[in-house]
Design a protein around this ligand. Structure first.
Ligand SMILES: [Mn+2]
Length: 359
């Protein structure tokens, strides 16, 4: 069980606080100040690892090393950026990283219409209203998100990406889904053999939300698409960060079945387990972790991981903002800590009930 943590004073939550959450043994982290496409310097990574280890926590997961838009677009410059990606992977392997989370979402990483939507209990959550998102142009959505980010960086919404946003969205209108799969395959064919050599499991994060937006191609949205992804380069090192909140926004996605299939094949390396409250097929609020707080059956989800013999990394993903906490949207301490405790409780109960059945 790990938690996402941002270094360099870019997080309201401290390593010391994370260390005190029962059962959390490490963090998933990243360097947020390296421009997308540049090599992550080894000395910075060594210092990062030392800082985390000093707090009594492990760092074996990086979330994320984002992919330069030229790779996603399939431009000639992609080879240089893929070379940089391979160099970054070597530096990550040198500090003992075993799992690398990334995504292949064009231009816009995760999208929400509100980062602090109030719930009746006085807490706030990140929410998504499809009509509102369509009414905003992407630049307006970026404005809304930054105005609610409390000064923290928004992973996946790097300034250099925003600057080129309008032109990039225009560019993607002429890229077919088939061509976009081809661009992902080109990347995987270069990266996965290197990952095998270095012992780093690649874990792609699903698209969030899992449906098309602004005419942009979306790849990782459902079971059929995930089968396509896994077949693009058939290696266990080509795997998933299975995010229940992202995939669960679409009521058609049967999460326990997907977990059984893909974790059963050893292709899930990282689990983001959180709940989501669906309000219509394309509207949702993020929710507290327990089943009764949202639309997902969290017991069935955790049991599917358990039954599949899942031994990868789990994190509680996003939480609500509660108890007056001021933090990066989705990444406060309190609700994620409650989420950890709930998930570990489910895990223990399932483990012990199975042991009891055997006696
Ligand atoms: Mn996630």
């Amino acid at each position: 069980m790990i938690m996402r943590w941002f270094p360099g004073g870019d997080d309201s939550v401290t390593l010391e606080q994370i260390k005190q959450i029962p059962g959390v043994t490490g963090v998933a982290t990243c360097l947020t100040d390296i421009p997308v496409g540049e090599v992550w310097p080894l000395d910075r990574l060594v210092a990062l690892k030392e800082e985390i280890n000093k707090a009594g926590l492990e760092v074996e997961v990086i979330e994320s090393v984002n992919i330069h838009e030229d790779i996603k677009k399939g431009l000639p410059a992609r080879d240089r950026y893929i070379e940089n990606y391979l160099r970054t992977m070597e530096n990550l392997a040198a500090i003992g990283i075993k799992c690398l989370c990334y995504n292949f979402m064009p231009v816009i990483d995760w999208a929400r219409s509100d980062l602090a939507a109030p719930l009746p209990d006085g807490s706030t959550v990140m929410s998504y209203r499809h009509e509102e998102v369509l009414k905003m142009n992407p630049a307006k959505m970026a404005d809304v998100m930054f105005s609610q980010a409390r000064g923290y960086s928004l992973p996946g919404w790097e300034p250099e990406r925003l600057a080129a946003m309008a032109a990039d969205i225009e560019f993607y209108q002429s890229i077919t889904l088939e061509a976009y799969w081809g661009n992902l395959k080109y990347f995987l064919d270069a990266v996965i053999p290197h990952a095998e050599k270095l012992g780093i499991k690649m874990a792609i994060h699903p698209d969030d939300p899992p449906w098309p937006l602004y005419g942009l191609p979306k790849l990782i949205t459902d079971a059929e698409r995930i089968r396509t992804l896994l077949a693009l380069h058939d290696s266990v090192y080509n795997g998933l960060a299975l995010c229940t909140g992202s995939l669960g926004a679409n009521p058609e996605n049967d999460l326990p079945a997907m977990i059984r299939e893909f974790a059963g094949q050893g292709r899930v390396h990282f689990a983001h387990i959180r709940n989501v409250k669906r309000l219509s097929p394309q509207d949702f609020d993020e929710a507290a972790h327990p089943s009764f707080c949202g639309s997902l059956d969290m017991f069935a989800i955790v049991k599917a991981f358990h039954d599949s013999g899942f031994d990868g990394y789990i994190r509680p993903d996003h939480g609500r903002m509660i108890w007056g906490e001021k933090a990066r949207p989705g990444y406060g301490l309190y609700d994620r800590a409650l989420g950890v405790t709930y998930l570990l409780g489910l895990w223990e109960a399932i483990t012990r009930m199975k042991a009891g059945q055997k006696e």
